[in-house]
Ligand binder design. Structure first.
Ligand SMILES: [Zn+2]
Length: 318
């Protein structure tokens, strides 16, 4: 299984309980899946096509639960050019116009009576914004294994739709970039932190942790290489020690939560996290009661050891 299919598998398993989110996901799936066709005189065909069966089953279940529509799933075998099986969920023609109407996609003024992008009310709430991006990713998203570089993208069929997707991510302060490639409008992210944020935003927290593990390993080995290659002044060492401590603190927080630590360690973790550049003696003065340099050192070392244990999966005793 590739990292990308792990991510898609995890996203396809996210439960949707609210009608607002189901509406938003189905809208994105139809628009990004490119499966709306005009049949003339107010009639339409609607289908959702994806490379993975669980994605299609997800939308089958949503259509049934929230719209009372029973779709039809079929397997499309690959052709000579692209030997990949695809799965299609088709909605009967008599249900298609009703569905498009319910999703707010009909618009008399639009080309073929359709909206090119959804109305803003489709993504009124934060939950629906996430849902929209999740479906867009399931339909036309891709993500690289972190070993091979940091890249996640959604290749939308139109520029307007790509802009719409970008705006949903920007709402969560994820800064996307845009490009155009082979008649697709691509919204993408290159920064590891942004990719991590996007994965957890969409609900792929297992994939996010796997991503972070690879990333931490890579950063540590990069740092070791950098250190071997350059002249290590004391100041460099102090800065990289602090960087490692902050990474450890964030890791502990993501694994067990800082609030689970004894107060002495928690206060230390917060003080270091908030003051990455501060020398140890000054750091000790931030604590209540204040602590000397060697005490600070000892507590930071305990945090590092705790993070190492968590990484290696050992039991920890707090
Ligand atoms: Zn919602």
């Amino acid at each position: 299984m590739s990292f990308a299919s792990d991510v898609r598998g995890e996203l396809a398993r996210q439960s949707v309980t609210d009608a607002c989110c189901a509406r938003s996901e189905l809208t994105a799936a139809l628009l990004c899946g490119g499966g709306i066709a005009w049949r003339g005189r107010g009639r339409y065909a609607a289908s959702i096509t994806a490379g993975e069966a669980p994605t299609v089953r997800r939308y089958f279940a949503m259509l049934k639960q929230f719209y009372g529509i029973i779709g039809q799933i079929r397997t499309l075998s690959g052709d000579a050019l692209n030997n990949q099986t695809r799965y299609q969920l088709a909605v009967a023609d008599e249900d298609a116009a009703k569905l498009l109407e319910a999703l707010g996609l009909l618009d008399e003024a639009g080309l073929f009576g359709l909206r090119a992008v959804p109305a803003e009310e489709t993504v009124r709430f934060a939950c629906c914004k996430k849902s929209f991006v999740r479906a867009a990713f399931l339909m036309c998203g891709a993500v690289s294994h972190p070993d091979r570089g940091y890249h996640i993208e959604i290749a939308a069929p139109s520029e307007a739709l790509a802009d719409f997707i970008a705006r949903q991510l920007q709402y969560f302060e994820i800064n996307v970039k845009n490009t155009c490639r082979k008649s697709k409008y691509v919204v993408y992210l290159k920064r590891a932190e942004d990719i991590s944020d996007m994965l957890s935003l969409l609900g792929a927290s297992g994939a996010m942790l796997a991503f972070e593990n690879v990333r931490v390993k890579k950063e540590v080995s990069n740092r070791v290489n950098r250190q071997m290659n350059c002249d290590n002044s004391n100041i460099n060492r102090a800065v990289s020690a602090a960087e490692a401590q902050i990474r450890d603190i964030r890791f502990i927080d993501s694994e067990i939560g800082l609030d689970k630590l004894p107060r002495s360690l928690r206060d230390m973790a917060i003080a270091r996290h908030n003051n990455p550049e501060m020398p140890l003696a000054e750091l000790g003065e931030q604590l209540d009661p204040p602590l000397g340099k060697s005490g600070v050192n000892a507590r930071l070392r305990r945090l590092t050891e705790l993070a190492a244990k968590l990484r290696s999966g050992e039991d920890v005793d707090l």
